[in-house]
Design a binder for this molecule. Structure first.
Ligand code: S3P
Length: 430
């Protein structure tokens, strides 16, 4: 499916964005491990979290959905059942990796697969530590790629130094550690998003941190305490509107109830350094997650910045739209230490340089980053999302400020994280 984006003169109005994708996955999984009914409000009703929901149903959990409202009838950790069908994670790396961790502890057999993009993404980062804990996992290339077959149970704890700052890896090991007999410790080279840790605590799991910052979990944990969850708006979805609002020649945009977890707000720090006019209002906390409204004003030229390796985990999913901000900024933006982007839903470093280049941006692909020479104007043109939701949305933001119209192919991919994205974009530029 294609969409045409016309140049916009302003971005203005108020909107909310769909629920946080990372929190929605975790809410379904952890609620399933309680032994009561858990209500989830503000669930992201999109393809990725739905993959997790359907997989948990296949594991015997009763889950009712009415749009963004969910009722999970927790089965308890020991209540999960051997699935009679292959579990399909679709396009969702979070589903695949977190469920591999959960299934590593269950004494039954399960097979997990995904779509053609997910079947190319690295799984050894989770299967390797989980095998060390005692799970029997096999798959293509000895368990490096989906489909994976898992026969879990009988786990021993692990002292795990993750080679990558990845919340999916950390969460997979934490879900296995819940089921292992003894003390698991986890460290990572940079701090990745901590939604799993926060939600485990919300559900009564006594997680702690050691002197070196290692996460400590004593297993086995018998059951999780049922608590309601209210999912905040996804800052990674708000990101497209924050950049659009900052790049707009005029106007003011207010985005309601966005998650402001400090492990996710790198984008706000970078936009601030680029000179964007952003204000946070109405800060509060919901189920252990900080939330607030974000106001962004246009009418000011941004400036290029350096984005270095240690900043990457806090803005990993926002690089596509930050590259768009950089394409219009004064001066050069250098992004380094972002090699992880090559193993996302697409090779985002390659795809960004190729597709933003087609629109007239001056962008150079580096082995682990990008160099972007900002300019006042880019031409517009015809581009492809390469089946990647965040590339589709970033290109749409670029198209708003191009000289001519932009045609984007493969926009059905936005269903993965943000159904309704293009309607919201139309509303704010009307
Ligand atoms: C996610 C973690 C990140 C992020 C992804 C969602 C999560 O991936 O890019 O969109 O929900 O845990 P990595 O763990 O691979 O960095």
């Amino acid at each position: 499916m294609q969409i045409k984006i016309e140049p916009a003169e302003h971005c203005r109005g108020a909107l909310s964005v769909p629920g946080d994708k990372s929190i929605s996955h975790r809410a379904i999984i952890l609620a399933s491990l309680t032994e009561e009914v858990v209500g989830i409000e503000g669930f992201l009703d999109a393809e990725d979290p739905r993959s997790t929901l359907v997989c948990m149903q296949a594991l015997g959990v009763k889950i009712e959905q009415q749009g963004t409202l969910i009722r999970v009838h927790g089965a308890g950790i020991n209540g999960l059942r051997e699935p009679s069908t292959i579990l399909d994670a679709g396009n969702s790396g979070t589903t695949a990796r977190l469920l591999t961790g959960l299934l590593a502890g269950r004494p039954f057999y399960a097979v997990l697969t995904g779509d053609s993009s997910l079947r190319m993404r690295p799984m050894a980062r989770v299967t390797e530590p989980l095998k060390r804990m005692g799970a029997c996992i096999d798959g293509r290339e000895s368990g490096r790629l989906l489909p994976l077959s898992i026969r879990g149970g009988g786990l021993t704890p692990l002292v795990f130094h993750s080679p990558v700052a990845s919340a999916q890896v950390k969460s997979a090991v934490l879900l296995a550690a819940l089921q292992a007999g003894g003390r698991t410790e986890i460290t990572e080279p940079g701090i990745s998003r901590d939604h799993t840790e926060r939600m485990l605590q919300h559900f009564g799991v006594p997680l702690r941190w050691g002197k070196q910052g290692e996460i400590i979990l004593e297993g086995p944990v018998k059951s999780l305490k049922a608590e309601q969850v209210r999912v905040p708006g996804d800052i990674s979805s708000a990101a497209f509107f924050l950049v659009a609002g900052a790049l707009a020649p005029a106007g003011e945009l207010l985005i309601h109830e966005v998650g402001l977890n400090p492990t996710r707000t790198g984008l706000l720090d970078v936009l601030d350094r680029m000179g964007a006019q952003i204000t946070i209002l109405n800060q509060q906390e919901n189920n252990g997650e900080p939330v607030g409204d974000i106001l962004v004003r246009g009418g000011k030229r941004l400036v290029g910045v350096d984005i270095t390796a240690e900043m990457i985990p806090r803005l990993i999913d926002e690089i596509p739209v930050l590259a768009v901000a950089a394409a219009f900024a004064r001066g050069t933006t250098r992004i380094e230490g972002a090699g992880e982007l090559r193993v996302k839903e697409s090779d985002r470093l390659h795809v960004l340089s190729q597709e933003l280049g087609k629109l007239g941006a001056q962008i150079e692909e580096l082995p682990d980053g990008l160099t972007i020479q900002g300019s006042r104007a880019i031409s517009g043109g015809s581009v492809s999302s390469h089946g990647d939701h965040r590339i589709a949305m970033a290109l749409a933001v670029a198209g708003l400020f191009a000289e001519k119209e932009t045609i984007i192919d493969g926009v059905e991919s936005v269903q993965v994280s943000f159904p309704g994205f293009f309607d919201r974009l139309k509303d704010i530029t009307r």
